[in-house]
Write a protein that binds this ligand. Structure first.
Ligand code: NAD
Ligand code: IPM
Ligand code: MN
Length: 360
């Protein structure tokens, strides 16, 4: 019997709706597998927690997370309660950085039964590999408050180590897929970091002669995402470019509510963290209509991470059978609630088991 200790952090807004839904699904996965159980511990760290404690997590919060096999997070942020940069840097970004979750994997592909806003998206099946610990997201900078000369400076940080690491990750991933890596750059306008990024991309590409490459400026690349989605496989991007491309990828899939993501710790010292691409969606919170698929697909990425790819693939097949039958939340044009979509996924998972496919 394998037991995985998971720290659940529902966070804010719809995080509190979709995390319990995905936990129900994971517990069903466990029931049908027989040899795998999840031991969830839930932490209430959120903007509401901040209002009470003046911090997003307790002082020993990171130590408490350290011994878990992984972290399963919903969303963080409620700007009516706490400014976003405080809540995010106090919880989500803090965990990514302090646990060396330096790679952020964000797949996007068109699912059967989910209408994309684009005409010919069926070949859209990409993975954004986002640098997750440096780049444009830095704590280096400052403000000068000086009347009409008021100024804010924000530095971007690109280390050779971090850049090589994310690029190698992208090439290794492409080797298992369609064997193409696109680098998202902007070396025509950004004078230091992006020429450096390009130089390292060329160096790493030489290590992988079997992988074809191209390099696109982020503006043109964004346009090609829309007009020529089939030309992409793996895209390697800086922290900010990867953030933007992954929402664009999610939109091409149909809506941001279905997009999954994984923050991977590559040095094996700390747990990895799994969270969907979307945020706390304040505009729909409490209505019971949040799309649970992003969080449930994120659970599939967690299963893959633990070497349970067969179970992960079964889960994704079940999700797609549900979307294919039009059992969708309103963001995808459907009429169903979070609960109805989740229960349908659970019901079909159990049906797969009854056919004996996964009983062990
Ligand atoms: P958002 O992703 O929360 O919402 C954008 C739009 O997508 C909204 O219209 C929302 O209703 C819709 N949407 C998002 N998820 C959905 C789902 N599962 N089902 C149906 N519709 C969904 O982005 P935002 O409005 O820019 O951010 C809101 C808050 O969330 C902010 O505080 C932001 O900083 C935070 N945020 C957190 C994360 C994270 O924790 N990983 C990610 C993005 C944004
Ligand atoms: C994401 C989010 C975060 C990011 C925000 C909320 C800080 O947009 O996970 O995509 O930019 O990384
Ligand atoms: Mn984002």
């Amino acid at each position: 019997m394998k037991t995985l200790k998971i720290a659940a952090i529902p966070g804010d807004g719809i995080g509190k709706e979709v995390v319990p839904a995905a936990i129900d699904v994971l517990n069903t996965v466990s029931d049908i597998h027989g040899g795998l159980t999840f031991d969830f511990t839930s932490f209430p760290w959120s903007c509401e927690y901040y209002l009470e404690h003046n911090k997003m997590m307790p002082d020993d919060g990171m130590e408490r997370l350290q011994d878990f096999d992984s972290i399963f997070l919903g969303a963080v942020g409620d700007s009516n309660l706490v400014p976003d940069h405080i809540s995010l840097w106090g919880l989500l970004i803090k965990i990514r950085r302090e646990f060396d979750q330096v790679i952020n994997i964000r797949p996007a592909k068109v699912m059967s039964g989910v209408r994309s806003p684009f005409i010919n998206p069926k070949d859209f099946d990409i993975v954004v590999v986002r640098e997750n610990s440096e780049g444009e997201y830095s704590a280096i900078g400052g403000n000068i408050y000086n009347g009409e000369d008021e100024l804010a400076i924000q530095n971007a940080v690109f280390s050779r180590k971090g850049t090589e690491r994310v690029m190698r990750y992208a090439f290794e991933l492409a080797a298992k897929r369609k064997k193409h890596v696109t680098s998202a750059t902007k070396s025509n306008g950004i004078t230091y970091s992006m020429p450096f990024w390009d130089k390292i991309f060329k160096e790493i590409a030489k290590e992988y002669p079997e992988i074809s490459t191209d390099s696109q400026h982020i503006d043109a690349l964004s346009a090609f995402f829309v007009t020529r989605p089939e030309r992409f496989d793996v895209i390697v991007a800086s922290n900010l470019f990867g953030d933007i491309l992954s929402d664009l990828g999610a939109a091409i899939m149909g809506n941001i509510g279905i997009a999954p993501s994984a923050n991977i710790n590559v040095n094996g010292k700390y747990p990895s963290m799994f969270e969907p691409v979307h945020g706390s969606a304040p505009d729909i919170v409490g209505k019971g209509i949040a799309n649970p698929i992003g969080q449930i697909w994120t659970a599939k990425m967690m299963l893959d991470h633990f070497g349970e790819e067969d179970l992960g693939n079964t889960l994704l097949t079940v999700i797609e059978s549900v979307t294919n039958d039009g059992i969708l939340t309103p963001d995808l044009g459907g009429k169903h609630s979070t609960k109805e979509v989740t229960n349908e996924i659970i019901k079909r998972l159990i049906a797969v088991d009854k056919k004996g496919v996964h009983s062990k």
